[in-house]
Design a binder for this molecule. Structure first.
Ligand code: ADP
Ligand code: NI
Length: 200
């Protein structure tokens, strides 16, 4: 993952793991191993980086096969990883286990708030995109195809994804953290537009 951008490096995984461990304290009956394995492996095959990085095929399954796992645990981890991404959630609704809900919420919490802002601009920079294109209106939510093909400025990404996540959190514990991080992004946007428009 050290070949990915700074928003998808191992520190992303460490933050998501901390988020997931926190959510697990609220859901003690959830299977901790399923949650933690899914968190650790969830981004190693990220399609966004397929053209930039040389990844071994089936990297997730290869790792899981190296462990002496109950097949049901392996299948559960694979299912979570294969269905949790934002783009996939735009296309199909799946039945989510509590472990699925925790992993997805933990990942999404790292996409919002101060870290979410930092990651978005880092990714936009990685793709050499403009910060903001004022005359570019978008009507979210986008289809999976439109979302995947979107080349929009980073401020537009807030409307395509980041500001929508608060209402899509699966767990109550996740919703509470997301609400605070959402308000922080709204304040950031207010300040951004004020400065952009020269309101001194
Ligand atoms: P997921 O991993 O849930 O499928 P994405 O791959 O769409 O989500 O994005 C992961 C993170 O990468 C986003 O939360 C954001 O920080 C960054 N990112 C992705 N697409 C963009 C974009 N068009 N502009 C800015 N940041 C982006
Ligand atoms: Ni992730």
């Amino acid at each position: 993952m050290n070949q990915f951008d700074g928003g998808h490096d191992f520190s992303h995984i460490q933050r998501v793991l901390a988020n997931a461990n926190h959510l697990l304290t609220h859901y003690p009956n959830a299977n901790k191993s399923v949650v933690q394995l899914a968190v650790l492996l969830h981004d190693i095959e990220d399609e966004k980086f397929k053209d930039e990085v040389n990844l071994p095929p089936n990297a997730v399954e290869t790792h899981l096969n190296e462990l002496d796992l109950n097949p049901a645990v392996k299948d559960h981890v694979l299912f979570i990883i294969n269905h949790m991404s934002y783009k996939d959630s735009l296309e199909q609704k799946v039945e989510k286990s509590i472990e699925f809900k925790i992993v997805q919420d933990a990942d999404r919490l790292d996409a919002i708030g101060a870290i979410g802002i930092a990651r978005a601009f880092n990714y936009g920079g990685h793709k050499n995109r403009p910060l903001y294109t004022p005359n570019n209106t978008i009507n979210p939510p986008l289809s999976k195809k439109d979302y995947t093909q979107s080349n929009s400025a980073t401020i537009q990404h807030f409307y395509e994804k980041l500001l929508l996540l608060k209402d899509q959190m699966n767990t109550e514990a996740g919703q509470q953290i997301a609400a605070q991080r959402h308000r922080y992004m709204e304040k950031f946007l207010d300040q951004f537009y004020a400065e952009w428009n020269g309101n001194l």
